[in-house]
Design a protein around this ligand. Structure first.
Ligand SMILES: [Zn+2]
Length: 59
């Protein structure tokens, strides 16, 4: 089983938030909540969707 990893600093935020989730759906749900409250991105803009999507690693 692979897992999905995300580090907020990889997309350019000065932030130590990191995620380790079992599915892409779970990791995106948590990123959306985090970005809303921590980074004032109520909706993630399309260019950020791409940047975040590219930085999520599957291992
Ligand atoms: Zn963050």
């Amino acid at each position: 089983m692979s897992r999905f990893y995300y580090k907020c600093r990889d997309v350019g935020f000065d932030c130590s938030y990191e995620l380790d989730q079992p599915t892409m759906k779970d990791i995106w749900a948590k990123i959306r909540i985090h970005n809303r409250y921590a980074h004032n991105q109520f909706e993630i803009p399309p260019e950020w969707e791409k940047k975040i999507g590219d930085s999520i690693q599957e291992k």
